[in-house]
Design a protein around this ligand. Structure first.
Ligand code: NDP
Length: 305
């Protein structure tokens, strides 16, 4: 069998189109423009790139983008004060604090200072609780993107055996909650799981969110399974030659060994070009959802859990 490749880039573009169409209707019918505020503390180069991309895509969808770039030595009180202002600002419907934060800042305190209704990352403890108890919540973007791709690929997920590898608060655990919400039989595997191969072999759906390059080989995959690879790992790519400074070039791979898994799976996401592009698309979808809820207007269908 050769797996169908799930094109996350194309799917994310469709999600963004849907968001943009709904944003245009919100403006025309209600005079409302959704607004997303992104807060970046410090000068981490990767975070700067993410924040730039988020701002660009927010504007492309017709929403307002507010960027707050603060110096690395920003005092905690000042950051909390900014969040209080954003929480109170009616033009802002979504707030995202780019993680990781510099080490002198209390991440938990800061994440929980964001108004849960504007918490488009879905990390606030009250959103975590709402998701776990099946209530309406803001859902973390990466797992939401995975769920959308799975529903698009498989239709109903009810009764499927799903294995999530990884139990982090930002991917593994919310992913498992979402699959449970769609009536899968869910197993969460982690570094202490005994015989991971055996656990993965029974899964109709495998979501790998570990951070270990190509750790899941094709021989673990049940024939026909749908494989969602969340992992983003940089490995040396000597086949690409050397950089100008003589160092080896790098490339991205997932947690799944794509070449062998694609021989067995029914469908699989590539890395790059699979889950990655869906994350920002879901951030935009969450901002739109938060705006609709704040204004008591109908939410777009298919953009939430
Ligand atoms: P974490 O490091 O927070 O969690 C990794 C999880 O993998 C842990 O639960 C850990 O288990 C588990 N694990 C580690 N080693 C093994 C092993 N040998 N067997 C089974 N499980 C193992 O990572 P994240 O959840 O934040 O991210 C996971 C991956 O997803 C990373 O590559 C990250 O870059 C990527 N990512 C991609 C995103 C995207 O947009 N595409 C967004 C977010 C993350 P234990 O708890 O026991 O230690």
């Amino acid at each position: 069998m050769t797996a169908q490749i799930i094109d996350g880039k194309a799917f994310a573009a469709k999600v963004r189109e849907k968001v943009a169409a709904h944003v245009a209707r919100l403006k025309d019918d209600h005079g409302i423009t959704p607004g997303l505020a992104v807060v970046l503390v410090g000068e981490d180069p990767a975070s700067q790139v993410y924040v730039r991309n988020k701002g660009k895509q927010t504007i492309e969808c017709g929403m307002s983008s507010f960027e707050h770039k603060l110096p690395a030595d920003t005092a905690q009180e000042d950051l909390l004060e900014l969040l209080d202002r954003l929480n109170a600002d009616p033009e802002i419907h979504g707030i995202l604090v780019q993680l990781p934060l510099p080490s002198h800042l209390d991440e938990e305190l800061i994440v929980n200072r964001v108004d849960p209704d504007k918490d488009v990352d879905g990390f606030h403890i009250s959103n975590v609780g709402r998701l776990a108890t099946g209530q309406k919540s803001m859902v973390p973007c990466t797992p939401l993107g995975c769920l959308m791709m799975l529903r698009n690929q498989l239709g109903s997920l009810s009764g499927k055996e799903a294995v999530v590898i990884g139990r982090s608060n930002i991917v593994g655990k919310p992913m498992a909650q979402l699959l449970l919400g769609d009536s899968c039989t869910v197993t969460i595997a982690h570094s202490r799981t005994r015989d991971l191969a055996q656990v993965v072999r029974r899964a109709d759906i495998v979501v790998a969110a570990v951070g270990r390059p190509r750790m899941v080989p094709g021989e673990w995959i049940k024939p026909g399974a749908t494989v969602i690879d969340v992992g983003i790992n940089r490995i040396e790519a000597p086949e690409k030659g050397a950089n100008e400074d003589g160092s080896v070039k790098m490339r991205l791979v997932g947690d799944v060994d794509f070449d062998s898994a694609a021989q067995v799976a029914g469908a699989i996401t590539p890395v790059p070009g699979g889950v990655g592009p869906m994350t920002i698309a879901c951030l935009l979808a969450n901002t739109l959802t938060a705006c609709c809820r704040a204004n008591g207007v109908a939410e777009p269908e298919g953009l939430t859990a």
